[in-house]
Design a protein around this ligand. Structure first.
Ligand SMILES: CC(C)(COP(=O)(O)OP(=O)(O)OC[C@H]1O[C@@H](n2cnc3c(N)ncnc32)[C@H](O)[C@@H]1OP(=O)(O)O)[C@@H](O)C(=O)NCCC(=O)NCCS
Length: 157
């Protein structure tokens, strides 16, 4: 499928599909997905932009949301449909948002990831993010104890 995936800016008409995908992607972590209304509010906020990965049939395969402010950027979320994983879609989405952050003048890209999320942490390690902090009991998990957030930074200059 990788060759058949296209990447384009995420817009208002994509929000219902993105919200459904987000809920699906985060369910396995015991985390609530964001509603399309929550995403619409985020996308309307200053400095926020998204990238959508979709198959040739137009089905949403994954997306990422980025916020830039002055010389710092933050990865707000990234999610790939469970049936589309391990095909390099998240890696490519990250490359797109990293290029966008650089274009907007950011010198650092930050993110928070659950300490109990080894797949995402392996992805970020591979891209070159480094751990710069930890927030205790940051994520509420349904059916389990809260998880720490690991704060990571990628230098963009
Ligand atoms: C994390 C997530 C976005 C990865 O998406 P993906 O498209 O499957 O990732 P990629 O195929 O681009 O993976 C790139 C590399 O990351 C690492 N990686 C990704 N998922 C992994 C997993 N489950 N286990 C171990 N390593 C993993 C691997 O090094 C992989 O390279 P490889 O396949 O050549 O070994 C996806 O699993 C997801 O949506 N998870 C739920 C939501 C989530 O955790 N988001 C991040 C919150 S901070």
């Amino acid at each position: 499928m990788t060759q058949d995936v296209t990447y384009r800016p995420l817009g208002a008409p994509d929000l219902d599909a993105a919200a459904a995908l987000h809920a699906d992607a985060f369910a396995t972590l015991g985390e609530r997905g964001w509603t399309s209304r929550e995403m619409a509010e985020l996308l309307a906020a200053p400095g926020v932009a998204g990238c959508l990965a979709s198959g040739l049939d137009g089905t949403a395969a994954g997306f990422a949301l980025l916020r830039t402010a002055a010389d710092e950027a933050e990865l707000l979320t990234i999610a790939v449909r469970p049936t589309c994983r391990r095909q390099g879609i998240a890696r490519r989405l990250l490359k797109v948002v990293i290029a966008l952050a650089r274009d907007r003048g950011a010198r650092s890209l930050f993110l928070e990831v659950g300490a109990d999320n080894p797949g995402a942490r392996a992805l970020y390690d591979q891209i070159g993010f480094r751990t710069v902090g930890r927030r205790a009991a940051y994520y509420i998990r349904s059916g389990g104890p809260p998880a720490d957030a690991v704060v990571m930074r990628l230098a963009l200059d």
